[in-house]
Design a protein around this ligand. Structure first.
Ligand code: RUQ
Ligand code: CUA
Length: 651
């Protein structure tokens, strides 16, 4: 069979019917010449081996794929409104998007990271950052829903976030843009020396995942780009890349590329904890939102918090050290042993690898090469472990396979390069299509990577898929990395721009996945448990409809006595107690969305009728053979009319 296919391809090429696109090497033969197709084929009814969570970038969400198939399972709503799930539209979910700037229905989400215990993925939660209006979200991996969002004060452009420490003690948020702290009206030209950067450490409750802004470290006014935690021997440290150590405030593409080396900031967070304990912090007034979802009330609450503990890095010895790193480093990655810290200088051809042991020696012997704003700078030569030479152009991010190899994305030369830890030799390189940002190996930033697959998250797609006008899909490429050489298996399109991803063996998560909500445990303020409780109530111009739904009717399904000027709240409870039987609710002229309500859950839709008449509502989810019958009417009378408020079913 394979032979026939090969002959066919040769024939087609000869006839000029099979066009080869620019620069393709192994990739184009892929599925035809090897067994790549078999390797990604997941037969109908079978499950994938890994979950992959891909950030949505400018979509603000997080999408869930299966690997190796590349099939999309779900888009988890995080920072953006979503009409499909009524997230950010329903009365219950709107508080999740509250901030100190008010209700913000969008953000730019970059880096998902899965919770860890003892340096190994535990699959309890996944965290993701909002880059624009600084926030961190925690998603519960039993429900695949956003459970909590914490705003980060004193921050602007929360990019180096929210990577987790080995026991999920902390997730971090480093400001990409330095700003006046506290914010004030001042000339932009006075940036240098006056703007500051905050690195935030958010503690995570080991029982319930609850996030709290434990402390912030006040840093010089550089740009803080990415970060990763130390692990194993370097546990207790966190590494942040910086650029614009020039502290330029305009034309950064030139002015922030003057210094030959910027820094990786090595932060000793155990030391920070000591300083906090010893009371060496300042309490700063702040104003930031903490939004928490409750699985009991099926509702979110938003609380504004008013202060934050701040440690000043230039005043507290031993808290932060600078590692000089060539050429505007972007990613910083730590190998599974915790010994090697890889700096990816985005304007460089080489990869700089530091040794944690050497770093600790240099600190112990106080071998410094000056300081910046009171923060000691270590000597480059003293802490260098090695250099991966001429590996490619524009290295951005590195992950590890747990077999002693690193895999780095090269943005400019559009390739993934495999190299050996310790000898620093390049072992393999494969082109990708095109311009990769992050790479992801499931667990590739933990003590225990699952080095079977690698995803290349590409920034540019061009000709890889059928064209869809000026805007084409973003894309991902899956490699098999289980052999000596990487093998391209699959291209698949993605939602939004996937900056980074997190992968995990499916069996860690799948078994804990929730199926329904127990109706008996529903503590929503407007929930009803029996159809006898279904009713309508008026409170001034507010009308509250206590409604239930079960295959295939609403109770009540006829409502009269609503008037123009009323605010009608439909509180709808799904009485089903079976897996995968949601119902929907939508009403004509609604200004927000439908509701999609899971078994045992209550959700609320606000409807403000603008026209007199009799208006239908219906179920939006095809739930049974009588789904089309699942509907009802609301009679709307003129303002001031005296039609009595009533509701009924079957009358
Ligand atoms: S980024 S392509 Cu993580 Cu937003 Cu590096
Ligand atoms: Cu319920 Cu369709």
């Amino acid at each position: 069979m394979k032979k026939t296919v090969n002959i066919l391809v040769t024939l087609l090429v000869a006839l000029g019917l099979f066009s080869c696109n620019q620069g393709k090497s192994d990739g184009d033969k892929g599925a035809l010449s090897s067994n790549a197709a078999e390797k990604v084929y997941v037969a109908p009814g079978q499950h994938d081996e890994f979950y992959a969570f891909l950030s949505g970038g400018f979509s603000g969400q997080l999408s869930v794929y299966g690997l190796p198939s590349g099939r999309l399972f779900k888009v988890i709503d995080v920072f953006s409104q979503d009409p499909q799930e009524s997230y950010g539209y329903s009365e219950e979910t709107r508080p999740m998007l509250n901030t100190s700037f008010g209700f913000i229905p969008w953000d730019d989400s970059h880096h998902p990271d899965i919770s860890q215990t003892k340096g190994v993925l535990d699959g309890r939660w996944i965290f993701i950052n909002a880059n624009n209006t600084p926030r961190i979200a925690r998603i519960d991996l039993t429900t695949f829903e956003t459970a909590e969002i914490l705003e980060i004060p004193n921050s602007a452009g929360n990019h180096s976030s929210p990577f987790v420490t080995e026991n999920t003690e902390y997730v971090v948020a480093g400001t990409r843009f330095s700003v006046p702290i506290p914010q004030r009206d001042m000339p932009i030209k006075e940036y240098k020396g006056k703007f500051k950067g905050a690195l935030s450490f958010i503690s995570v409750d080991p029982e319930n995942g609850g996030m709290e802004l434990a402390f912030q470290i006040l840093m010089p006014g550089f740009d803080y780009d990415l970060s990763h935690p130390g692990r194993d021997k370097s546990h207790g440290w966190f590494f942040f890349t910086t650029y614009n150590t020039e502290e330029a405030n305009s034309l950064l593409e030139v002015n922030a590329s003057q210094n030959d080396k910027d820094f990786i900031a090595a932060v000793n967070w155990k030391k920070a904890e000591e300083y906090i304990k010893a009371g060496k912090f300042k309490t700063m007034p702040a104003n930031y939102a903490h939004n928490v979802w409750s699985d009991e009330t099926h509702s979110a609450t938003s609380t504004m918090l008013k202060e934050v503990k701040v440690l000043d890095a230039s005043e507290l010895p031993g808290l932060v050290y600078f590692l000089p790193t060539p050429k505007s480093p972007h990613g910083v990655d730590v190998d599974p042993s915790g010994e090697y810290i890889v700096g990816n200088g985005k304007l460089s051809a080489n990869l700089t690898v530091f040794s944690f042991t050497k770093m600790m020696d240099a600190i112990k012997n106080k071998k410094f090469d000056g300081e910046a704003y009171g923060i000691p700078i270590l000597k480059f030569e003293d802490i260098l472990a090695g250099t991966v030479k001429q590996a490619g152009l524009g290295p951005l991010h590195t992950e590890f396979d747990g077999e002693g190899n690193g895999y780095t994305s090269f943005f400019i030369s559009s390739e993934i390069v495999k190299w050996k830890l310790g000898t620093w030799e390049v072992l393999d390189r494969k082109p990708v299509y095109y311009s990769p940002g992050h790479v992801m190996i499931p667990g590739g930033n933990s003590r225990n990577p699952y080095g079977k697959y690698l995803l290349s998250l590409n920034k540019i797609t061009k000709d890889r898929f059928l064209p869809t006008g000026p805007e084409v899909t973003q894309s991902c490429q899956l490699f098999d990395i289980s052999g000596d050489k990487m093998e391209l298996l699959l291209d698949f399109p993605t939602i939004g721009e996937p900056h980074y991803a997190a992968g995990i063996p499916a069996d860690i998560i799948a078994k804990n996945s929730r199926k329904i909500w127990k109706l008996s445990e529903n503590k929503h303020k407007y929930a009803i448990k029996t159809t006898q409780e279904a009713r309508v109530e008026r409170d001034g111009n507010e009308v509250h409809v206590y409604m239930s739904m079960i295959r295939s009717h609403f109770t009540p399904d006829n409502i009269e006595g609503v008037k123009i000027g009323d605010k009608v709240y439909f509180h709808v409870t799904n009485f089903e107690q079976d897996f995968d039987v949601p119902h929907g609710f939508a009403i004509i002229g609604g200004h927000n969305t439908e509701l999609l309500i899971m078994p045992g859950e209550t959700e609320t839709l606000l409807w403000e009728p603008t026209k007199v008449g009799v208006w239908p509502f219906y179920c939006t989810d095809f739930c049974s053979a009588l789904h089309q019958e699942m509907s009802g009417y609301v009679r709307v009378s003129p303002a001031g009319s005296n039609t009595e408020l009533t509701s009924s079913l079957g009358e």
